[in-house]
Design a binder for this molecule. Structure first.
Ligand SMILES: C[C@@](CO)(OP(=O)(O)O)[C@H](O)COP(=O)(O)OP(=O)(O)OC[C@H]1O[C@@H](n2ccc(N)nc2=O)[C@H](O)[C@@H]1O
Ligand SMILES: Nc1ncnc2c1ncn2[C@@H]1O[C@H](COP(=O)(O)OP(=O)(O)O)[C@@H](O)[C@H]1O
Length: 311
């Protein structure tokens, strides 16, 4: 469905949902952060950020999941949109580049703390949008450093296409061959704390993620992904029993692959066609009208010239 810009804003940037098609936890750094190998893509459902030049900074929110969101810019616990604005502005002004007042609007369509990186996507979209609005640029390595300072998932959201993420999420390799899938996202509206899930994960050194070579068809990718895992799914299921019901509803709806994304509780199902995905949405929404249920397409592959990037 085509969506116009948010009325009253010079610019509207999409903040698409991040999907961890697979997430292997393969180690832990001395500072406690976990080393991951994650196959990531993005879905064409998500939040939106409206941006406009203004006389003074302001921030407004709307959307199904805007209630209770932080509205301040403080370092810990503040809204990632405002933290992204402030960090980028500090970086630009330290270089003598003007970064004037702005009105930012967050249309919050994704459930909060749900494993699909809504806050990270918002931060990445804010960085991208502000650079456009202010008509300035930053060297990619600096922009990546700013993104990583906002969260482990923000660099991948800034990249925004099919990728393999390693390290704590900052080493990014584009996957130009990953096809677009018909996907359904289901969240039982139980917020899950990412640090809590990592804390309760017992095994920190799991087998690596193996990407088979020379795959191009959806069937080949589906078969390869069936052998992958989300190592955070076990601790998340122990904490949130509703994940079992969410996962079962996608399987009963005819999904070819069902898995949890990120630290949960959102699960995704990959379907043979958009029509089958839509039918599953109708079925799941009818039995669980209170859940977040969304049919989408995942991102189409990018051109190969973007193929190698890491911080
Ligand atoms: C699990 C993942 C998978 O993509 O996604 P979500 O479930 O958040 O969507 C990410 O690694 C989440 O990234 P993000 O949400 O940006 O995490 P951050 O704010 O940087 O970190 C929050 C906390 O999670 C833990 N953390 C995060 C990333 C990582 N590789 N190891 C960790 O141990 C740390 O305790 C950290 O303090
Ligand atoms: N713009 C934002 N959207 C969502 N959550 C935000 C935002 N800014 C700050 N947060 C905080 O970040 C935490 C994680 O949110 P989110 O990014 O939605 O998680 P996840 O990556 O698991 O989907 C929440 O506790 C929330 O209060």
């Amino acid at each position: 469905m085509h969506q116009g810009g948010i009325p009253g804003f010079a610019l509207t940037c999409a903040a698409p949902a991040k999907i961890n098609l697979a997430l292997h936890v393969v180690g832990q750094r001395a500072d406690g952060h976990h080393l991951l190998e994650s196959l990531v893509t993005f879905a064409d459902c998500g939040d939106r950020i409206g941006l406009a030049l203004a006389d003074a900074d302001s921030f407004t929110v709307s959307g199904r999941f805007s209630d209770g969101l932080p509205l301040s810019a403080e370092n810990q616990g503040g809204n990632l949109v405002l933290r992204a604005r402030d960090l980028l502005r500090r970086e630009l002004t330290s270089r003598g580049i003007a970064a004037g007042p702005v009105h930012l609007h967050l249309q919050k369509n994704l459930p909060v703390a749900s494993g699909i990186g809504g806050g990270s996507a918002d931060a990445a979209a804010t960085l991208r949008g502000l650079l456009m609005l202010w008509g300035v640029s930053l060297e990619p390595a600096t922009l990546d450093t700013v993104a990583l300072a906002l969260g482990a998932d923000v660099p991948m959201c800034l990249y925004g296409g099919p990728l393999l993420a390693e390290g704590i999420g900052e080493k990014i390799t584009a996957l130009p061959d990953l096809p677009s899938f018909a996907i359904v996202l289901v969240n039982p509206l139980v917020a899950v704390s990412t640090p809590m899930i990592f804390r309760t994960l017992l095994n920190k050194r799991n087998p690596p993620l193996v990407l088979p070579k020379d795959m191009s068809t959806v069937a080949e990718w589906l078969s390869a992904m069936a052998d992958m895992r989300n190592d955070l799914e076990r601790p998340a299921r122990a904490l949130v029993p509703a994940i079992e019901e969410v996962s079962s509803s996608l399987k009963a709806g005819g999904a070819r692959l069902v898995r949890m994304s990120g630290s949960g509780a959102t699960c995704f199902g990959l379907f043979d066609s958009d029509e089958r995905a839509q039918r599953a949405v109708e079925r799941i929404s009818a039995s669980h009208p209170e859940w977040y249920v969304c049919a989408a397409r995942t991102t189409a592959p990018r051109v190969k010239s973007d193929a190698q990037r890491s911080l």
